[in-house]
Design a protein around this ligand. Structure first.
Ligand code: GDP
Ligand code: FE
Ligand code: FE
Ligand code: FE
Length: 196
């Protein structure tokens, strides 16, 4: 996909180089697969392809930052104190979007929201946010029980894919006694009963 400089002050190649510096090879390769999967879903569901590319490439930009970086941003930007009760799994999206904005120059709020919501989902997600949420889950490098079902559902209906992922993630978190971020529960209530 060709672009750019619509959604950020970097060309795709410049962005790729920044990501290569920020991420270990396995994570960098995941990001490239999420971009391709997001573009594929965007074509199918009529979402802006350049936005899908930028969101896919940037979604895990902050994943390998130390906890101190996230805590500093939470304090500096006066984000919700409840965030401090969680960790990297929640921070790299919700707080990481602030680093994507400030360090990579992405200003588009729909892209930033898609990045903020890529781990937990949200009660209301734009089609772009749904595409990113699903692309991250079903990209070709993933392997877990239920993946083929997730891919089929996502192919049939984007919302059905969102509901399926949300139910599976919440079940996994609860079965393993992990802390559930309130927004994850909001996502569950908004999406899962509707599609059952
Ligand atoms: P990745 O960054 O590509 O590995 O994928 P994600 O950003 O989607 O997910 C990161 C991790 O966060 C996964 O292991 C999810 O199971 C986990 N996760 C999702 N929702 C929650 C939540 O509400 N609480 C906690 N503790 N973890 C969550
Ligand atoms: Fe992530
Ligand atoms: Fe995900
Ligand atoms: Fe990811």
């Amino acid at each position: 996909i060709k672009y750019q400089k619509h959604y950020l002050p970097l060309t795709r190649i410049e962005l790729i180089n920044r990501l290569k510096e920020a991420l270990k090879p396995a994570r960098f390769n995941h990001v490239l697969r999420v971009e391709q999967t997001a573009i594929k879903l965007a074509k199918k569901y009529d979402v802006d392809l350049e936005a899908a590319s930028v969101a896919g490439l940037c979604h895990d930009y902050a994943k390998q930052r130390p906890d101190e970086d996230f805590i500093a941003v939470i304090k500096a930007k006066k984000l919700s104190k409840e965030l401090l009760d969680y960790g990297n799994a929640i921070w790299h999206g919700v707080v990481g979007a602030e680093l994507v904005k400030d360090e990579l120059g992405v200003q588009n709020e729909e892209i930033l929201d898609a990045i903020r919501e890529h781990t937990t989902g949200a009660a209301y997600m734009t089609p772009l946010a749904q595409v990113l949420y699903m692309a991250d889950y079903i990209e070709p490098g993933r392997d877990f029980p239920g993946l083929e079902k997730a891919r089929q559902f996502t192919e049939t209906n984007l919302g059905l894919g969102v509901a399926f992922q949300t139910q599976a993630t919440l079940t996994y978190l609860a079965e393993n006694g992990k802390p559930i971020y309130p927004k994850t529960l909001e996502t569950y209530n908004a999406w899962v009963p509707k599609y059952r």
